[in-house]
Write a protein that binds this ligand. Structure first.
Ligand code: COA
Length: 147
């Protein structure tokens, strides 16, 4: 398994990025300035994007594993990698997500704890109602991991 930082042609990973964030113009808000990491195990399995927020905090803006490779530890490996990568420069890694129990358990199992909530984020910023299965995404739930 290897994880590499991608600096050119980041949009080549759009199919994976769209799994975590289905509206392309929202991805365009963080992908150009964000650090993009790709995990390969033979071929491409997962990506994530991290963006500095201020001198103490950076934010995981996107993480996705191809559907048929989910549950095999690749997402956790990426989070472990970026936690090491940023720990000398930042104190806290933040991540925001919809109120989806499976995703919240994923982050909690990777060492995050709930931080705060931004009311109506999904209804205010996306151009159509967002669903994860039957659950409509309304508020953004932030979790944090101390690095
Ligand atoms: C969320 C996602 C990135 C996780 O990646 P992954 O490669 O499947 O994650 P891992 O296999 O490393 O899982 C790590 C742990 O998280 C938990 N977990 C992962 N997916 C889970 C799920 N769907 N339900 C419950 N727990 C889950 C498991 O406890 C797992 O621990 P284990 O090793 O004890 O089984 C992946 O499911 C995905 O791409 N989903 C679609 C995109 C998305 O929603 N991204 C997040 C946007 S906020």
């Amino acid at each position: 398994m290897k994880i590499v930082k991608i600096t050119e042609n980041k949009k080549q990973f759009l199919d994976l990025l769209l799994l975590a964030d289905e509206q392309e113009n929202m991805i365009d808000r963080y992908l150009p300035q964000g650090d993009l990491f790709a995990l390969y195990d033979d071929d491409l399995k997962s990506v994530c994007v991290v963006l500095p927020v201020n001198s103490e905090t950076c934010e995981l803006k996107n993480i996705a594993t191809y559907e048929k490779y989910q549950g095999k530890g690749y997402g956790r490996a990426l989070i472990n990698f970026i936690s090491e990568y940023y720990k000398h420069d930042f104190q806290t890694l933040l991540v925001g997500t919809g109120e989806t129990p499976a995703i919240l358990s994923f982050y909690e199992s990777c060492g995050f704890e709930k931080s705060h909530r931004v009311k109506n984020f999904f209804t205010d910023h996306y151009d159509h109602p967002m669903f994860d299965g039957d659950i409509q995404l309304v508020d953004m739930i932030y979790l944090k991991k101390e690095l």
